[in-house]
Write a protein that binds this ligand. Structure first.
Ligand code: GAP
Length: 434
């Protein structure tokens, strides 16, 4: 991260280069929603793939799931989300009518807008769930899920019956979640529609502390895999009076976001047997695990819960770098190659030389078979193309010139050092550290 990195610079780069746009922009936007452009969706997908590879396919004690966003309304009554446990304290200005989160204000008597300074009203609890109606008559109430976790709990029995796992084991899923946040803010940090990557890891009660510690290590390894430096990661032990209604212990892993400071990146919670027990009572279905020779019991749960957008925001912030190159300030994203939306860019030295363009196209098509996240670029001069690729974090650029036509060698340029070297086409793939 550059010392002078600001959120404004990141937001501007994200928009300029096709990562992230304001949701419904042409109609003035919709607060708390963002759209992901070609590079944003590629980066998001790379983060999600890394997560799935690490925590699902990379382990033998994990089962994947993709449950529905709309669920029976009882799920949310039983889980406690319709009640007081899933609300934020809302406070409204009597003058400008703006709404704020009371717990985010220093002075809860006056409107924080310096131009207004109106009186703030009484605090009231605002439930975070979006309510919706299901069916042609609209007579069935449902909610857009505020966490993916409940889809996992209600499928616990299905996974037990079909996969016959042994304890401890986990169920993982990636999917959209929705919260009617009172004050969406800080770019993609707090939004009303976002994605979660969640694991419910089922354990015996007596082992929860040791399993929690193991997950603590796994979570830190994940932040390493994202390329986040340890000095920008901090653990916050959530005090008892701030714990979510289901949790007995939670550590928030915080990231040092530019211009914002340390704030939540992901959470690790011990949810006890709260959810399975509640669903057993609520549905009448048994939520017990039966050991080979033993008495059935309801497992306890460790929950590492990761936000995709917060990971993406931290990855962008950490990668944002400025240096001096060719007597100019260069902006580049020092992304880990596996996260980079584009791994390699291929250029013909000149756009108006059909032989060069044809050869560059040929190289591009051939490489695309092994490296799908590749780009062909013939706009502007090579220097400008390098800068454009630097800004989107492309680790390598390959230039096809007149020598290529003679001897099948190309110029390979490294994003971080700007170093260029001549390399034979048939040695290219091996030279790329992707
Ligand atoms: N199932 C547990 C759970 O949902 P949470 O701490 O409320 O716990 C988990 O959310 C993660 O989801 C957070 O650490 C954050 O990364 C992400 N998240 C939560 N609310 C968000 C929001 N409004 N906008 C973006 N990400 C959010």
């Amino acid at each position: 991260m550059a010392d002078n990195t600001t959120m404004e610079k990141i937001v501007s780069l994200a928009k300029r280069r096709g990562f992230i746009f304001q949701g419904s922009e042409i109609y003035g936007g919709l607060a708390g929603t963002w759209d992901y452009g070609p590079l944003g969706v590629a980066l998001k997908n790379n983060i999600k793939k890394l997560w799935w590879d690490t925590f699902v396919d990379g382990r033998s004690d994990m089962y994947g799931l993709d449950s529905a966003i709309l669920m029976n309304e009882k799920v949310w009554e039983v889980s406690g989300h319709t009640g007081a446990g899933f609300t934020d304290p809302l406070i409204e200005c009597s003058k400008c009518k703006k709404r704020f989160r009371e717990d985010h204000l220093e002075d809860t008597s006056k409107c924080p807008d310096a131009k207004c300074k109106g009186e703030l009203g009484e605090k009231r609890d605002s439930n975070l769930m979006f309510e919706t109606k299901v069916g042609a008559q609209g007579d069935t109430k449902s909610y857009l899920r505020p966490e993916t976790a409940q889809g996992i709990f209600v499928n616990f029995k299905n996974i037990l019956d079909t996969m016959r796992p042994k304890l401890p084991f986990g169920i993982a899923q990636i999917g959209k979640a929705f919260r009617n946040e009172i004050a969406p803010r800080d770019f993609i940090f707090r939004t009303r529609e976002f994605e979660q990557m969640e694991i419910e890891y089922f354990v015996e009660e007596s082992t929860w502390e040791s399993e929690f510690e193991k997950w603590r290590e796994q979570v830190l390894k994940w932040t390493d895999a994202l390329g986040l430096s340890r000095e920008n990661i901090r653990e916050y032990e959530v005090p008892a009076d701030e714990l979510a209604h289901y949790s007995k212990r939670t550590i928030d892993f915080e990231y040092n976001y530019p211009g914002k400071g340390f704030d939540e990146l992901l959470g690790l919670a011990y949810r006890t047997d709260h959810d399975l027990k509640s669903h057993q009572e609520g549905s009448g279905e048994k939520m017990t695990f039966t050991p080979i020779e033993g008495v059935p019991f309801i497992p306890h749960v460790i929950e590492p819960s990761f936000g995709v957008e917060r990971a993406l925001m931290a990855v962008l912030a950490e990668a944002y770098t400025e240096d001096e190159m060719n007597e100019d300030t260069r902006v580049f994203l020092k992304l880990k190659p596996e996260l980079a939306p584009i791994k390699v860019a291929v250029f013909p030295l000149m756009k108006n030389k059909p032989d060069l363009v044809a050869k560059a196209r040929e190289v591009f098509e051939e490489l695309k078979e092994t490296i799908p996240q590749i780009m062909f670029d013939d706009n502007g001069n090579v220097g400008k193309r390098y800068r454009r690729q630097d800004e989107i974090g492309t680790p390598y650029c390959i230039t096809i010139d007149f020598d290529t036509l003679e001897d099948n060698t190309v110029t390979l340029r490294d994003r971080d050092t700007g170093e260029q070297k001549r390399i034979a086409l048939n040695a290219l793939i091996e030279a790329l550290e992707l």
